[in-house]
Design a protein around this ligand. Structure first.
Ligand SMILES: Cc1cc2nc3c(=O)[nH]c(=O)nc-3n(C[C@H](O)[C@H](O)[C@H](O)COP(=O)(O)O)c2cc1C
Length: 409
């Protein structure tokens, strides 16, 4: 008999053979025979949102669902599609609750990322010579199968039973097996021996990037040294972590950084150095002058300050300003915020990013389905990314530029 998955929360699974005592369904009840009043016990949508899945996928999802049932209230806001408009309102993050996956304040910065991307459509163009698109590229000297990377994230241990180290490992390893590179984040949680992000990096033999909060120069240089020992791909700071009250309150003060401090950090390591969290030309140009290798255009997914523009709103002007400088021509530019599909990723590249980072979709999988889940999301992204390239007549990544976009908003 058939097995089903709820496409909205991506957690609820139903086995027709077993039925579901939680929602009052006898064994051998088919989905087509569900009462009209039936609602998904995880996210509250009706039965038409269930899709049939394979035996293999059912068992893959089974653990996440059991975990959810066990820790229901605790992890509800993390796993349920809090950024999904179809989710019933009572399950979304509310103002005043601890920072969840959605965003700080009213979530305006968070929502702006989606709005900004939706202002652009892809120009479908098909009467050209057909070639299989090449998506392989190199990120800081490492070959990757697609210009999509796993965004640095942390703090999931506060809202689920996963440890910071395991979470970071799931992201790094999931990215690695999908042929790309993941980043680690940095939360206020204390650690006794070694930073959990560096422990995770050790487990993947250095195949990842460590991004640290903008703590004191001394703390940062010590963390950078530890990353170097594990042969990480690159290190960096999320400069927009400067406002993180949580991190500061836990005894790890965070600061804005001057150009001289950035220069000092860059000089302190042989590794490529990243500054993530840039949202204006002024900061981008200073970062270039400081000699950084990678600039991450990001509003931190709307989690650190409310009411910023969306990343896709500011990306083209920042890229233009950076590329107009001699030094800026060699700088790698990443962008993140609101990228949910390969189509979104292609749009970000067309707006000038060299690489795209994906956050929440990977976080949810890293908590619920582990390495396999992270890998599966990246594979879906890759499939859509290729489709977008074929349908816009882009054979190589270099072909992806503003000419494939139509601005509608
Ligand atoms: C739960 C969570 C934790 C995050 N933690 C960090 C972090 O520790 N360091 C960092 O640089 N960015 C952090 N971010 C921001 C992401 O790296 C990224 O900028 C953002 O999530 C991208 O938007 P998206 O989730 O819409 O893809 C976090 C994001 C989320 C959702």
């Amino acid at each position: 008999m058939a097995k089903w998955l709820c496409t909205v929360c991506n957690i609820y699974i139903y086995n027709e053979e077993k039925g579901d005592s939680l929602t009052g369904l006898e064994p051998e009840t088919k989905v087509s025979d569900f009462p009209d009043s039936w609602r998904c016990p995880v996210c509250g949508v009706a039965r038409d949102k269930l899709v049939q899945i394979s035996e293999e996928e059912y068992w893959l999802k089974a653990k996440a669902y059991t975990d959810f049932i066990e820790k229901k209230e605790q992890i509800r806001s993390i796993l349920v599609g809090v950024d999904n408009p179809q989710t019933t309102p009572e399950l979304r993050q509310e103002y005043g609750k601890p920072l969840g996956l959605r965003g700080i304040g009213q979530g305006l910065g968070y929502l702006a990322n989606f709005k900004a991307l939706s202002k652009y459509s892809l120009k479908k163009r098909l009467i050209t010579e057909h070639e299989d698109p090449v998506t392989e590229t190199t990120f800081l000297g490492k070959t990757i199968s697609i210009p999509i990377l796993g965004a640095p994230m942390s703090g999931l241990s506060y809202v689920s039973n996963i440890t910071e180290e395991d979470f970071a490992y799931n992201i790094l390893e999931g990215c690695k097996v999908a042929g790309t590179i993941g980043f680690t984040g940095n939360t206020s949680k204390d650690y006794e021996i070694m930073h959990p992000a560096i422990m995770a990096l050790k487990r993947v033999k250095g195949h990842g990037v460590n991004i640290f909060k903008p703590q004191s120069q001394e703390v940062l240089s010590e963390l950078i040294k530890q990353s170097e020992n594990e042969k990480t791909v690159a290190v960096g700071v999320d400069i927009d972590g400067a406002g993180s009250v949580n991190v500061a309150l836990s005894g790890k003060p965070v600061f804005r950084k001057t150009i001289d401090e950035l220069k000092e950090l860059k000089k302190s390591t042989m590794l490529p150095f990243i500054v993530k969290g840039i949202m204006c030309e002024e900061d981008a140009l200073v970062a270039v002058e400081a000699g950084v290798d990678v600039i991450g255009i990001s509003n931190h997914g709307g989690r650190v300050i409310d009411s910023t523009p969306g990343v896709a709103d500011v990306l083209p002007e920042i890229v233009k300003a950076v590329r107009e400088t001699e030094e800026g021509k060699r700088v790698v530019i990443t962008a993140d915020g609101g990228v949910r599909t390969g189509f979104d990723a292609v749009k970000m590249l067309a707006l000038g990013a060299d690489f795209v980072l994906v956050g929440r979709p990977l976080a949810r999988e890293a908590v619920s389905s582990g390495v396999e889940g992270v890998k599966r999301i990246l594979e879906n992204l890759k499939t859509d990314f290729k489709i977008a390239m074929i349908m816009t007549s882009c054979n190589t990544l270099e072909d992806i530029n503003e000419n494939i976009l139509i601005k509608s908003g």
